[in-house]
Write a protein of this length. Structure first.
Length: 146
C-alpha cells in the first residue's frame, strides 16, 4: 500500500504542476489583455486548488508512514530525513496556503484585472516554492521521476 501511495503522490505532482502552470498562464494573459473574469477562469483556479489539496491528503498519509520521516533529533543529522521531515513539509504547506489564498482572494476581489493579478501573483509564488520543495531525482534524496 505504501508503494502505491508513493507512486500516486509522485505522479500526481505532474497534474498539480500542469494545472498550476495553466492557471498562471491563464491569469497572466487575461490580466494583461484586460479580459473579463469568467466562470471558466474561476474553475481553473478551483481545480488547481482542489488538486493541491488532494496532493496534501496523500502526502499527509505518507508523512506518518514513511521511513524517511523521523520524529527525533536524529532527523536533522541526515539530509534525506531532514528534507522529508521538515523542509518538504514546510515548503509544500506554504505553497498550498498560497494557492488557497490566491483562489479565495481572487474570487473576492473587485474588478477583473485585480482578480487575475491576485491569482497570478499568489500562484506564481506558490509554483516557485513547490519547485524548490519537490524531491527531484537530481537532488540525491532517493526519489524518482514517477
Amino acid at each position: 500500500m505504501h508503494g502505491i501511495l508513493i507512486h500516486a503522490h509522485s505522479g500526481f505532482r505532474w497534474i498539480v504542476l500542469i494545472l498550476l502552470v495553466v492557471a498562471i498562464f491563464n491569469a497572466f494573459t487575461k490580466w494583461r489583455s484586460g479580459k473579463s473574469f469568467t466562470e471558466g477562469d474561476r474553475k481553473i483556479n478551483l481545480f488547481t486548488m482542489i488538486a493541491t489539496h488532494i496532493q496534501l491528503l496523500i502526502g499527509a498519509i505518507l508523512y506518518f508512514t514513511s521511513e524517511k520521516v523521523v520524529f527525533s533529533g536524529e532527523a536533522m543529522k541526515s539530509s534525506v530525513n531532514r528534507f522529508f521531515t521538515a523542509e518538504h513539509l514546510l515548503m509544500m504547506l506554504i505553497a498550498i496556503v498560497l494557492i488557497t489564498l490566491g483562489n479565495i482572494r481572487s474570487k473576492k476581489a473587485v474588478g477583473d484585472s485585480k482578480k487575475f493579478r491576485i491569482a497570478f501573483t499568489f500562484f506564481l509564488i506558490a509554483l516557485l516554492v513547490l519547485l524548490a520543495g519537490i524531491p527531484w531525482p537530481f537532488r540525491d534524496l532517493g526519489t524518482a521521476w514517477f
